[in-house]
Design a protein around this ligand. Structure first.
Ligand code: F6R
Length: 580
């Protein structure tokens, strides 16, 4: 999703901006641009494409000036074009802005400014910020007043950084922004990776605040103009120390890391959360995408082991229900802790004074500031856009949480880790199947009972990484309509461990086979109905989800390679989806 960055100091801004935009590439983007301020004028370069290529052709990092802003865009308003890329200049050319988020009332503002003869060149909501700032600054000639007036007129959730009157100003309104300083240099960024590793302490801009970076001092204000004292926080350096090592892609590295990363969950905070949940009657688990699939597993297990009312809700669909009261708890699951759908749901729950807890990976994220108890899954930074190791760490956390709540031994993570290693060692089976499936356009992924959320997660990985359309389904549901699409050209993946779901799935597979489709069976038990068998180790039935996702992740990854796709950067996708 969009990254914003700003620099002011004694060094040239442009190479620094390009360097740190590259570090934030994993967030996903379609275009890149920077503005610098040199001898009282602003110079901008921006283009559609990857940072490396755009910079090679257009020499972004050669722009002069010691103050600058940079951006990678993930289109929301207006298509992917050079003109829509950020930064956006005001009509005078004296103000430039980079923006993350959405300005809901941009059309209204645009119409109003057009009446005052302002011209607009892009289709973005962001360009209005630059012109509105110019409009307000020309009236007051005062940075602080013009910022307050501008903020008052903008509706939505956003952060932006602007060069105004040769100074750098950053605004935070419900989107993360952080600031690091060292030896007279200032770095502002939407992501911790946009701050140099040499900086030990950072300032998280308070929500609804803005900061003006002068040559000698940093002034921070709330939206009414009251001065705010800021606090610094020590940076977790491990988030900077990321490298692909010898792996071809981060996605593969992260899939392979899972045998270790599931062992790193934070047990202390799990105990704390379990105590809170023990006193709660109704539990609503929310999440988006992969984290929602983890929420479905949590629901399945909690209903069985905790004798509580539990529901899993897609974050965007979360609404306050009549039976949600002080006996209710919301558990938000999110890798990034920045997903707008999740943040909105949590804000809604907080407004109703519900108990709000989080299971999160990024310890410095917005979500962690909004919850009464936070469990960190601790799997390390996840760079691959498709969630892999964060999913298994979310599941490991959920199993341990359940053990605490139910006082039952459910999982031996060390033996799960060994099983994951065994699957990874047998990856040749999966690689061979990926060669057979590479031209397939549609697939079903079947799972019954607790395996259904894994079928959904597997289908999501296939869509994201290999661009194969995949649909998850309960085995028996196929006969209620979708069977009409099954013929000798169809491929169906069946998650079919030898457990209580096995016999029913076998019946579904027979029905599919009778119509000529090919079956890929993921199981610890051979069945002659499988055309291709991905052999699995035997493990406790309820823990099987933690290992059966691994071959599906591998399959999606190797299919991407077969199709010459870049698994680390799937088309149109962003790592943290910070807009609605
Ligand atoms: C799938 C994927 C997305 C995220 C979703 C929620 O591989 O990465 O579906 O799971 O955008 O993100 P978080 O967990 O950061 O809230």
């Amino acid at each position: 999703m969009c990254s914003v960055i700003g620099y002011s100091g004694n060094n040239l801004a442009a190479p620094i901006l390009v360097k740190y935009l590259k570090k934030m590439e994993y967030r996903g983007y379609d275009s890149v641009g920077i503005s610098t301020c040199h001898k009282n004028s602003i110079i901008t370069k921006k283009k559609v494409g990857r940072i490396y290529e755009v910079n090679k052709k257009n020499k972004l990092d050669r722009l002069p000036g010691n103050v600058g802003i940079g951006h990678t865009r993930w289109a929301t308003h207006g298509s992917v074009t050079d003109i829509n890329a950020h930064p956006h200049a005001s009509n005078s050319g004296k103000i430039s802005i980079v923006h993350n988020g959405i300005i809901e009332n941009y059309m209204e503002i645009k119409k109003h400014l057009m009446k005052s003869r302002y011209k607009f060149y892009s289709d973005t909501d962001s360009e209005v910020i630059a012109n509105l700032l110019q409009y307000n600054f020309e009236k007051t000639s005062n940075i602080k007043k013009s910022m307050i007036n501008t903020i008052k007129q903008l509706h939505g959730k956003y952060s932006f950084i602007t060069i105004l009157d040769n100074k750098l100003i950053a605004v935070r309104h419900h989107k993360s922004l952080m600031l690091g300083t060292k030896d007279g240099e200032c770095f502002i960024s939407s992501d911790i990776l946009g701050i140099p590793i040499e900086i030990d302490d950072i300032i998280y801009l308070k929500d609804q605040s803005f900061v003006i970076l002068g040559e000698k001092r940093i002034e921070m204000y709330d939206f009414s103009g009251e001065h705010i004292r800021f606090k610094t926080k020590r940076i977790e350096k491990k988030f900077h120390k990321i490298s692909k090592l010898d792996y071809k892609h981060f996605t593969l590295k992260e899939i392979i890391e899972q045998a270790k990363s599931i062992l790193q969950v934070n047990k202390r905070s799990i105990m704390k959360l379990s105590k809170l949940i023990k006193n709660t009657e109704k539990i609503y688990i929310i999440g988006s995408g992969t984290s929602y699939n983890a929420a479905l597993i949590a629901k399945y297990l909690m209903v069985r082991y905790c004798k509580k009312i539990v529901d899993a809700i897609i974050a965007e669909e979360f609404t306050i229900l009549p039976n949600m009261d002080e006996d209710s708890a919301i558990i938000a699951i999110s890798q990034s802790g920045e997903t707008a759908d999740v943040i909105d749901a949590v804000d809604m729950a907080n407004k109703e004074n519900l108990n709000v807890y989080a299971i999160v990976n990024v310890p410095t994220s917005l979500l962690t500031t909004k919850c009464d108890c936070v469990v960190k899954i601790n799997c390390g930074i996840e760079i691959g856009v498709a969630a892999t190791k964060s999913f298994t760490s979310q599941l490991a956390t959920i199993y341990l949480l359940l053990e605490e709540i139910s006082n039952k031994k459910l999982i031996n993570l060390a033996s799960v880790s060994k099983s994951i290693l065994m699957i990874l060692e047998n990856k040749l089976e999966v690689i061979n199947i990926s060669k057979i499936l590479k031209n397939v356009k549609n697939m079903y992924v079947l799972g019954n009972g607790i395996h259904y959320p894994i079928a959904s997660e597997g289908a999501l990985k296939l869509k994201e990484l290999s661009t194969i359309h995949a649909e998850s389904m309960f085995g028996g549901e196929l006969k209620h309509g979708s069977l009409t699409l099954i013929d000798e050209n169809a491929y169906v993946i069946a998650i079919n461990p030898k457990d209580s779901t096995y016999d029913d799935m076998k019946i579904s597979i027979s029905e599919i086979k009778s119509r000529g489709a090919k079956i890929v069976g993921i199981s610890n038990h051979y069945n002659e109905l499988y055309d291709y068998w991905i052999r699995m180790p035997t493990i406790n039935e309820f823990v099987f989800p933690l290992i059966e996702i691994i071959p599906l992740q591998l399959l999606a990854y190797y299919l991407a390679l077969e199709k010459n796709l870049d698994p680390d950067h799937p088309k149109n996708l962003a790592k943290s989806v910070t807009v609605k």
